[in-house]
Design a protein around this ligand. Structure first.
Ligand code: ADP
Ligand code: MG
Length: 332
């Protein structure tokens, strides 16, 4: 099968003018064409996934297709942006039709769910599987939720639960027969991007700053803190945990939640007023996206950018200060 029949069979699909009216030209020409709505900015994000580094060679291809797009949708959500479309550049060692069919099913299922069509890409042979997705979206001009807007006194919030994906990864590597794996595996392989909730949050003007947590709270929260010139105090006892994680010893559960990765939950800061808190809980309920208040933004503290506090296990919380989150360039 040559490159063009491969693209035609697995990646070329008609664009629906009713569902995605801003898309003019998709796969098949030299480049794609789309329009950004008047009064909006174009939002672009790109992610690279490499076999052996970001996923196992034997991962279910349908889950991989889902996750490749999910991580990009999560980046748009973190800006409060609405998805428009994406490109897929893929390197494959060989043409495995079963693999391609499953991968594209996982990819298109999520693309359809978010009305975010595949509009182009590149296909080549490579030694291992390499996947790059670049996603395009739009946001009303000036309204994107940036990392730099956190204010002293803000509440710090996170959506969903933290640590499940890191726990799943640990079990897959060290205890693949453990009974907990079935309950957390989907959190690692099939993350759910919080796009609708994030867009509603943006249009309500409730958040001062936001990002998505892909490298653990200890890895990602400091991005907001540095960009905003502030520090934070986090209440570890408040960190939202799934029922599976809450059965682990606190030290272990917090380690997964704080230093783990791949959760794709949102972390945001907002005014600590009762009106804003109530409005956030209303939105969370409306979009079935649980949110939890986990801490406070404090004035910049050079020595301790994050204070990890706990009544329940104070020494364990203090040790989290040494956690850096997942570092892509750390030696393994
Ligand atoms: P070019 O030679 O100009 O790079 P290609 O032959 O690589 O074009 O691609 C032909 C068409 O197929 C283009 O519209 C391109 O965007 C699209 N395409 C190539 N690979 C993919 C892919 N993996 N997914 C979606 N579209 C693709
Ligand atoms: Mg090309």
């Amino acid at each position: 099968m040559d490159e063009f029949s491969l693209i035609g069979a697995y990646f070329k699909r008609a664009i629906s003018p009713s569902k995605t009216p801003q898309m003019d030209v998709g796969v098949g020409d030299d480049a794609a064409l789309f329009r950004v709505a008047d009064g909006h900015q174009c939002v672009v994000s790109s992610d690279l996934l490499i076999e052996g580094r970001h996923f196992f060679a034997d991962v279910a291809p349908r889950a991989l297709g889902h996750k490749s797009l999910a991580v990009n949708l999560s980046d748009l959500a973190a800006m409060g942006a609405q998805p428009l479309g994406f490109t897929l550049s893929i390197g494959l060692p060989r043409v495995d039709t079963e693999w391609l069919s499953e991968f594209s099913k996982g990819l298109f299922a999520l693309a359809d769910e978010f009305n975010c069509p595949l509009i182009g890409g590149d296909t080549t042979q490579s030694d291992t599987i390499v996947i790059n997705i670049t996603i395009f979206g739009q946001v009303p001009t000036g309204q994107a939720i940036l990392r730099s807007g956190a204010q002293v006194g803000d509440d710090v919030w996170v959506t969903g639960t933290l640590g499940d994906a890191a726990y799943a990864l640990n079990l897959m590597q060290n205890a693949p027969t453990h009974s907990d794996l079935a309950q957390v595996r989907a959190r690692l392989e099939m993350p759910t991007p919080h796009v609708a909730f994030a867009c509603a949050l943006r249009s309500a003007g409730l958040a001062h700053s936001m990002l998505d947590v892909s490298d653990g709270l200890a890895g990602d929260l400091p991005h907001i803190l540095r960009a905003s010139n502030v520090s934070a105090r986090i209440d570890c006892d408040a960190l939202p945990q799934s029922s599976v994680l809450s059965q682990l010893p606190a030290a272990q559960a917090w380690q997964y939640a704080v230093a783990g990765g791949d959760d794709y939950e949102l972390c945001l800061t907002a005014s600590a007023t009762s009106e804003v808190r109530a409005a956030l809980f209303d939105l969370a309920q409306k979009f079935a996206t649980p949110i939890t208040r986990v801490g406070t933004i404090t004035p910049m503290n050079q020595e301790n950018q994050v204070i990890w506090h706990s009544e329940r296990a104070p020494e364990v919380a203090q040790r989290l200060a040494c956690s850096n989150g997942f570092n892509h360039f750390a030696s393994h």
